[in-house]
Design a protein around this ligand. Structure first.
Ligand SMILES: Cc1ncc(COP(=O)(O)O)c(C=O)c1O
Length: 415
């Protein structure tokens, strides 16, 4: 059996049938945005074709490290409605940002609150701090559709509760959580607040305000930058509460063995990922020019079209809100009798459709949804997803799940 060729114009499935694709149908945008814009590519080409820029040269106009970083900070500051560029901390992504924030903030005896749909980027650092006996954590219950009631925060408050951290949208179910209401509620109890905006930055309007202490983002999803880029924005007084978690060379105050106390150096040590940061700067500038509403509208319409298309398929279960208005462009499904990995494999092998199956780094969300431990099959769409691709995915599910259900009287056994 010859092996599938993914990079070319054709794919052979396991049965050696040949399907012609102009390109693969990528429906895994919740993991990463695969194609970077022409402007991003041009900027990176420019960076790498400046002789020696990365090793020795720090003098090329506009491409000097500090200039690239400032450009990114300014674009991100604008995107997140904040007025201080030095409060934008550039890191390797949201996971490292959250580790830095939680590790630097929480002290022995603290109690932390998070929701039951957090990504492991939140839940694992919290669980580790708990395991080490440093903090106590409660993951607050969510509905089966991923919904979260801000009023539940009050029920879990203890005298030592210090933090409320939440994802803005579940990467498993797509559900958008009511961040504003949650943070207003958390502030009533004087909690430090952190928003994980991995799934919503570049999609939903996000403005820093007095109720958000830290907003953490990743560069390679909706923002359109390279993997390994991202960061966090610190509210006015947040830096005073967070000790540096990574220390090292900053190129400033080098006479001292102590980490500088000023921003952004307090949290930025080591040689920066300039290609990643440049990609982020250019991608966010582009986003600002385009505005977020066309992206939200387009991805909402695609989600609605997909939901409408799959609703009638026998034996296919839609998880999450099943409502484009209440979610980002994520639709998890499963089918009784189908193994999710097998279905994902068939979608890829026979239709060239790339999805993501399993637990999506969020066992808690699957527990909330009732899909633990088997997980689900997640479709997620981006601005470049076309209606034709949505229809192709609907047809593929009809063919694989729907017809099989019809043939076998409703339940697909043993697949
Ligand atoms: C809600 C959420 N938080 C955190 C992360 C981690 O992002 P990264 O791997 O870019 O650090 C993801 C990635 O899927 C996510 O969806």
């Amino acid at each position: 059996m010859s092996s599938p060729k993914y990079a070319g114009v054709y794919i052979e499935n396991l049965a050696e049938k040949v399907y012609i694709f102009n390109r693969l149908i990528y429906m895994n945008h919740a993991s990463t945005s695969p194609r970077k814009s022409e402007r991003v590519k041009d900027a990176l080409t420019g960076l790498f074709t400046q002789d020696g820029i990365l090793s020795a040269g720090r003098n090329f106009e506009g491409l000097e490290d500090g200039a690239v970083m400032l450009r990114a900070r300014k674009a991100l500051m604008k995107l997140f409605g904040f007025s201080s560029a030095t409060n934008v901390i550039l890191t390797g992504g949201v996971t490292i940002s959250l580790n830095m924030i939680l590790g630097g903030l929480l002290k022995p005896g603290d109690h932390a609150l998070a929701t039951h749909v957090e990504h492991n980027a939140v839940s694992r650092p919290l669980a580790l701090l708990q395991k080490r006996g440093i903090i106590d954590v409660d993951f607050l219950p969510c509905g089966q559709d991923g919904s979260f009631d801000p009023r539940s925060i009050g029920k879990y408050i203890r005298p030592n509760t210090r933090l409320f951290i939440m994802t803005h949208a579940s990467n498993v179910l797509g559900t958008i959580l009511p961040a504003e209401e949650c943070f207003t509620e958390a502030k009533r109890f004087g909690l430090f607040t952190v928003l994980d905006a991995a799934q919503t930055a570049g999609l939903l309007p996000l403005e820093m305000n007095k109720n958000i202490d830290v907003l953490a983002f990743t560069g390679h999803k909706g923002l359109g930058g390279l993997p390994g880029s991202g960061g966090f924005v610190l509210g006015r007084d947040a830096a005073a509460a967070i000790d540096p978690w990574i220390t090292g060379g900053t190129g400033s105050a080098s006479q001292s063995l102590e980490q500088p106390d000023f921003l952004p150096d307090k949290y930025e040590s080591g040689t920066a990922n300039i290609p990643g940061i440049l990609s982020l700067a250019v991608a966010v500038e582009e986003l600002l020019e385009r505005g977020l509403s066309p992206i939200r509208e387009q991805t909402k319409n695609l989600t609605r079209r997909f939901l409408d298309g799959i609703r009638g398929i026998p034996n296919l279960v839609v998880h999450g809100p099943g409502d484009a208005e209440r979610s980002v462009a994520i639709v998890p499904v499963s089918s009784p009798g189908w193994d999710n990995a097998l279905l994902a494999g068939r979608l890829f092998d026979e239709y060239g459709i790339i999805t993501r199956c399993g637990l999506h780094c969020s066992p808690l969300a699957h527990q909330s949804a009732g899909t633990f431990p088997e997980g689900s099959l997640r479709f997620s769409f981006g601005y470049e997803t076309t209606e034709g691709e949505i229809d192709a995915a609907v047809r593929a599910l009809e063919n694989l799940v729907g017809r099989a259900a019809g043939r076998r009287g409703g339940i697909q056994a043993g697949n």
